[in-house]
Design a protein around this ligand. Structure first.
Ligand code: AMP
Length: 472
């Protein structure tokens, strides 16, 4: 089985007396982007201090670890995993000692040509430690003859196709780079550190800045390299043109936190607009609008406002679910979803209910939720999805299964409706979604919804049995 590991958060701080603590908090705020492992590398007197581990940010770092991560610069990473064996070697930031000193690298996104690059590097003698695509870049940097890391990056990155929003740290610099397509978000901020001075911070999402009291300065532009050293802030361009922009629309649909600004837009607002558009496109007579918490909540607010149907929290989520729990006896049915979600029968009994969720992937969650809502006494269940049918896998950093497991890639609308057992089912149109993110198919990647992949994809790696590279 090809086990894909994707979705990540990155963070970096420069010139901050509490660099590793800010990084810790920045990772904490971005925990939703990756729960498998976490790591921080700090810079002190030209040397790197490293702490990495499996698990959530709060479990990986203890006070003593943060004390040890001293220095005024740091880089951090949260890594996501779905299933499959997890390798210590894959925990980021990746570290290496190159000719010009230490390098730490934190990457969000996927290189789509990682398999070929890995093969080529192996042929020329590279020894790989982990199974991730990010390591390719470290080997390319190591082989580059320039003693300037930015030159090394400018010469290496154009050979890697795909998505990268990354933060690197050497013995004297913090560098942030975003691929020319602009797939994944990356933002630059400033944190006041007293006496009118400030430190520089870089993060995947602005919610990390809110927690540490940093101000958003701007997005790192697609194709831009920004770096900080003792002489200040510098910028350059990656010498590679993308045929178009390809900002991931799924960040707005599901992935990013609603309190973040992604690609210059409030995620909360765009989700509400998706709900409003969904209501305009797919009207239904009903008594209540209820969200699937938390992913469907902003869209349900929008749907209720636009349709005039009252909004209620008909499903309540338990926020304290750990990674594992003891299974009950066989006699408790549909236990899996019930531990997380509970439907309120006092509210739902005898009602015609519109249930709103952000997306359907395999369809199994929707099926269980509808069962739950019906068991609570709902008379009719109308399922509304605040994005178009998910018909294609993502190769650029979002964890979606192969086409064969995507219910909308294999079935008609009515077959899906039947499978999830809804009285009616409707999705948002691609046009409605694009309007909600104030964009178009020329600047957003919506390949998971329309099959319009911005890079060449030879075969579906998510269906293939090749297992050389796990994507983050
Ligand atoms: P499924 O049972 O596979 O249809 O799961 C669909 C649910 O998973 C939706 O309610 C989404 O909120 C959520 N979801 C969608 N995409 C992802 C993803 N890439 N990673 C984790 N959860 C997701």
């Amino acid at each position: 089985m090809h086990s894909w590991r994707e979705e990540c958060a990155v963070f970096g701080a420069w010139g901050d007396p509490e660099a590793s603590r800010m990084t810790y908090l920045g990772l904490y705020a971005q925990q939703h982007r990756g729960q498998e492992s976490s790591g921080i590398v700090s810079l002190q007197d030209g040397q790197h201090n490293v702490h990495r581990g499996m698990g959530l940010v709060g479990d990986v770092f203890k006070e003593a670890d943060l004390m040890r991560l001293s220095g005024k610069a740091a880089v951090g990473h949260n890594r996501y995993s779905t299933t499959g064996a997890s390798l210590q070697f894959n925990i980021q930031p990746l570290s290496a000692h190159l000719l010009n000193g230490p390098v730490a690298l934190a990457h969000n996104g996927n290189f789509v040509n990682a398999d070929e690059m890995r093969e080529e590097l192996k042929q020329s003698g590279a020894i790989f430690q982990g199974t991730n695509d990010t390591e390719c870049l470290l080997h390319m940097l190591a082989r580059n003859k320039s003693n300037d890391i930015v030159t090394c990056l400018k010469e290496s990155l154009p050979r890697l196709v795909g998505a990268y929003s990354m933060v690197l740290m050497t013995n004297d610099r913090l560098i942030a780079a975003r691929d020319p397509f602009g797939f994944r978000p990356l933002v630059l901020g400033k944190r006041p550190i007293g006496d009118g001075s400030f430190s520089w911070v870089v993060a995947s999402e602005t919610c990390a800045f809110d927690l540490i009291g940093a101000k958003l300065v701007r997005e790192i532009e697609p194709g831009e390299i920004v770096w900080f050293d003792n002489s200040g802030e510098h910028r350059d361009k990656i010498p590679q043109q993308a045929p178009r922009l390809a900002k991931c629309v799924f960040e707005h649909v599901y992935f990013a936190r609603p309190d973040s600004q992604v690609f210059g837009l409030s995620v909360y607002d765009s989700r509400k607009r998706m709900g409003e558009a969904l209501a305009r496109e797919n009207k239904v007579e009903a008594d209540l609008v209820i969200p699937v918490p938390d992913s469907g909540t902003p869209a349900a607010i929008g749907y209720a406002r636009e349709s005039g149907i009252p909004f209620e929290l008909g499903i309540i989520r338990n926020h304290y679910i750990g990674r594992t729990f003891i299974q009950p006896s066989q006699s408790i049915r549909s236990f899996g979803v019930k531990i997380k979600l509970n439907a309120q029968s006092e509210l739902l009994k005898g009602k015609r209910v519109v249930v709103i969720d952000d997306s359907i992937v395999r369809g199994t969650t929707s099926q269980k939720i509808i069962r739950l809502v019906r068991a609570a006494g709902a008379k009719e269940v109308h399922f509304r999805i605040a994005s178009p049918p998910t018909t294609g896998p993502c190769y650029y950093g979002v964890d979606t299964p192969g086409k064969s497991q995507l219910i909308a890639a294999q079935n008609s609308l009515d077959q899906i409706r039947e499978f999830i057992d809804a009285d009616s089912l409707a999705y948002l149109s691609v046009e409605g979604m694009m309007k909600a993110v104030r964009g178009s198919s020329e600047e957003f990647c919506s390949a998971c919804f329309d099959g319009n992949y911005p890079t060449k994809i030879d075969e579906d790696p998510k269906e293939s049995s090749r297992d050389s590279v796990d994507k983050k």
